[in-house]
Design a protein around this ligand. Structure first.
Ligand SMILES: Cc1cc2nc3c(=O)[nH]c(=O)nc-3n(C[C@H](O)[C@H](O)[C@H](O)COP(=O)(O)OP(=O)(O)OC[C@H]3O[C@@H](n4cnc5c(N)ncnc54)[C@H](O)[C@@H]3O)c2cc1C
Length: 450
């Protein structure tokens, strides 16, 4: 039976005019008689259901990871990008992402939908120069994408970051004119092939893929590993060491080129929606016209990586923010011992810890983006942001997963995907150890690389 005090409290909130109108449509005395038979827990559940919000009581604060309102500084145009990506992720990606995660496959139907948003043009100009706020806008796109699904951000980041930047920074005017407009329109999807099966962190020093000039073309031999988008991309930018000069050169290798073969990497436990490939180059002949004409050896590759590393730092923030918001929403609704688990001190401790991480990470990447867009960002700045955000993200998603209890390992509850994807963020675009060494060298003046 219902506690009289609870019933009295609920009755005190009633709008009598509305009740009169309702009484003309339903059997109110019968309804009240049924309600009076409910116990306290059932009554609270009913109140929450009627309050809407998927079981949350309407008067509870809505989950929002931007606690300090740090994104209030955005211009109307930047806000618009953020809102567009949020709508896209909510309407187009969220409903299908678990199906594609299970299939270990990228949903190709998202590409025409992404094309409509025209997001690459918010970052790059057609001539390969960057918009004045390119890094911030790229960050906002990444933040909103990762809040729901990191794989979608990675698909975009590989195409609009690594592959686009390689041609923008290393291509001739003719190469830019041929590829960049198609890439802006997502008519041609790019991939970036640097890592090798035996050459991850050490790839700058131990690159085994080779190129050899032969008349009007180059002959490429070697393997590239982990190459995002490559199983279906229109081309892959392949980095190879010149057999004669030892210099690192970049090539646009078009899909279908003889001697170029991609095998999709199966069985990933993170980022299952983005497709990664094992690329084989076997006497692959690429015309001189498709060698990136304006590269300056490894320096150009490093410049591309510096640009995109800031984006990967934003991935950690988006992933952590999404996990935090899911955990808070869950804590406001999940009941144990007759209370919502958000009422427990230990759960609040988890939530506050997560929020502290997200808030400080956001401050870090906003400042980093300002530095990048002002031309003031060095490798060590991007590396520090990558180190800190990846580590804090890892901690945050683990706490979020923990807040869900056993339900946290079920794909359908969302947080498990964030938990898994963080492991990839932690290791690519420079592992935490390698980025730490970059910062360590900058602050001490001693290189501790072996
Ligand atoms: C999901 C995913 C997507 C990727 N996408 C792409 C892509 O699109 N294109 C591309 O080219 N690459 C891509 N990569 C590759 C990625 O950049 C590499 O995984 C990364 O550089 C690390 O290399 P590795 O995995 O071979 O690890 P390793 O270099 O073998 O490192 C293993 C461990 O040893 C540590 N270590 C290595 N050297 C040192 C040292 N000197 N001091 C201290 N510790 C050290 C590392 O930090 C790490 O903990 C992707 C990777 C993943 C997982």
């Amino acid at each position: 039976m219902t506690n009289p005090a609870t019933l009295q409290a609920m009755l005190a909130q009633l709008d009598l005019d509305a009740l009169t109108r309702l009484g003309q449509k339903v059997d109110l005395p019968g309804l009240l008689s049924s309600v009076s038979q409910l116990n306290d827990g059932q009554l609270k559940q009913l109140a929450r259901t009627l309050g809407g919000g998927g079981g949350r009581t309407a008067d509870l604060p809505a989950p929002d990871g931007d606690f300090y309102g740090q994104l209030d500084r955005l211009t109307p145009e930047q806000r618009e990008v953020r809102a567009q990506v949020r709508t896209f992720m909510t309407d187009q990606v969220r409903p299908i992402m678990n199906v594609y995660w299970n299939r270990d496959e990228f949903p190709q139907q998202l590409i025409p939908e992404l094309r409509k948003l025209d997001l690459v043009r918010r970052v790059w100009n057609e001539d390969g120069t960057r918009k004045p706020d390119a890094t911030l806008v790229e960050g906002l796109i990444t933040l909103e994408a990762c809040r729901v699904d990191v794989s979608t951000a990675v698909f975009f980041g590989v195409h609009a970051g690594l592959a686009f930047a390689s041609i923008a920074l290393g291509g001739s005017e003719e190469q830019k004119a041929e590829w960049l407009p198609k890439m802006l329109d997502l008519e041609a999807v790019g991939a970036f092939g640097l890592t090798e099966p035996e050459g991850g962190s050490q790839v700058s020093q131990g690159m085994r893929t080779t190129c050899r000039r032969d008349g009007d073309s180059w002959v490429l031999n070697g393997e590239k590993y982990w190459i995002g988008n490559s199983p279906f991309s229109d081309f892959t930018v392949v980095w190879a060491r010149d057999e004669d000069t030892n210099e690192v050169r970049g090539f646009i290798v078009r899909a279908g080129t003889a001697g170029y073969r991609v095998e999709k990497i199966e069985g990933k436990t993170a980022l299952r929606i983005v497709e990664n490939g094992h690329v084989f180059l076997e006497d692959c002949r690429v015309p001189e016209a498709d060698r990136l004409q304006a590269t300056r050896g490894w320096r150009t590759t490093a410049e591309v990586l510096r640009l995109t590393r800031a984006g990967v730092a934003w991935q950690g923030v988006g992933c952590a923010l999404g996990a935090y918001e899911l955990a808070l929403g869950y804590a406001q609704t999940r009941e144990q011992f007759g209370k919502r688990i958000g009422e427990f001190q230990l759960i609040q401790n988890h939530l506050v810890h997560m929020l502290g991480n997200v808030t400080s990470m956001l401050a870090l990447v906003l400042r980093l983006s300002d530095m990048a867009d002002a031309g003031e960002m060095g490798d060590e700045h991007a590396s520090l942001a990558k180190v800190v955000t990846a580590a804090r993200c890892r901690e945050t998603v683990a706490l979020a997963r923990e807040t869900f209890g056993g339900n946290g390992i079920l794909l359908q509850n969302g947080v498990a995907k964030h938990f898994a994807d963080t492991e990839a963020i932690y290791s690519y675009e420079g592992t935490n150890e390698i980025n730490t060494l970059v910062v360590g060298r900058a602050i001490t003046g001693f290189s501790a690389f072996v």
